[in-house]
Design a protein around this ligand. Structure first.
Ligand SMILES: [Zn+2]
Ligand SMILES: [Zn+2]
Length: 258
């Protein structure tokens, strides 16, 4: 299974620049220090999958030319990952067919409370709302058959919320991770290209630090690791210079073949 990952956003929950912040990173001229909320597109076997329609999804789709999608995956229901779900209406308008959507039962319950109208099939809406064909992930770990693709998934927890990591062949996207079961190393065995979240160098209760993310990637055995979900404490160039060669800080627009 080969394909390509395009980073649509690599920032933390507030994005960079942070509103009202006077720090050097938020005022940097380096475009790699401008980060939208975390999201990727995976292009695989002729299909385009969007992972996490966050609050910046419209801007991201325009900026990076995501003119059509075949399906959507959701890691978890925190707002920085799903607040733009309503914007996916435009893809429904173009394709005139429900958009396949893969997520856990827990994510579904959470999102359906905040966007109840999205999941109602209502003739009166006349295409005014997105329309999804929801496929729920079964259990904590395994492989889902989605759009004729075998997509591996693992589960962990962030602040009491279930989060899923996804695997496409030897590429995996594992965001918002800090507390996880040991079985995740089996789930990610053989992953060569790993995207993993790392907020900053200092510890966080909800996210890996940079050092924790590197230790995780090395225990997985990934040949290359890309850090994402970056906070404004990390300046791209100076932080990158401190990292081992096989670990890179992702940036918006970066494309990674796998
Ligand atoms: Zn997040
Ligand atoms: Zn700042």
């Amino acid at each position: 299974m080969s394909g390509k990952c395009v980073f649509l956003g690599t920032g933390g929950s507030m994005g960079i620049p942070v509103i009202g912040c006077s720090c050097d990173v938020c005022h940097s001229d380096n475009p790699k220090n401008r980060r939208l909320r975390p999201s990727i597109v995976v292009e695989i076997e002729g299909k385009t999958l969007l992972v996490d329609p966050g609050p910046d999804v419209r801007q991201q789709a325009l900026q990076f030319g995501v003119d059509a999608i075949d399906g959507v995956l959701i890691t978890h229901a925190h707002n920085d990952h799903i607040a733009g779900i309503d914007e996916l209406r435009v893809y429904y308008m173009w394709r005139k067919q429900p958009i396949p959507l893969l997520m856990s039962r827990e994510s579904y319950y959470d999102i359906a409370q905040r966007f109840p109208y999205i999941f109602h099939k209502d003739e009166r809406s006349q295409g005014l709302i997105a329309n999804f064909d929801v496929q729920l992930i079964e259990g904590e770990r395994g492989t889902a058959r989605f759009l004729d693709l075998d997509i591996g998934y693992c589960s962990y927890e962030q602040a009491g919320m279930k989060v899923n990591g996804f695997r496409f062949g030897d590429f995996a996207y594992v965001s918002d991770i800090r507390v996880f079961p040991e079985t995740i190393y089996e789930d990610l065995k053989g992953v060569a290209n790993l995207v993993v979240s790392a907020l900053r160098f200092s510890p966080s209760p909800l996210h890996f630090s940079v050092d924790e993310a590197i230790a995780f990637a090395d225990r997985v055995g990934a040949k290359r690791a890309w850090l994402t979900h970056i906070a404004h404490e990390l300046e791209h160039d100076s932080a990158s210079a401190k990292l081992p060669d096989h670990v890179r800080i992702a940036y918006d627009g970066l494309e990674v073949p796998f």
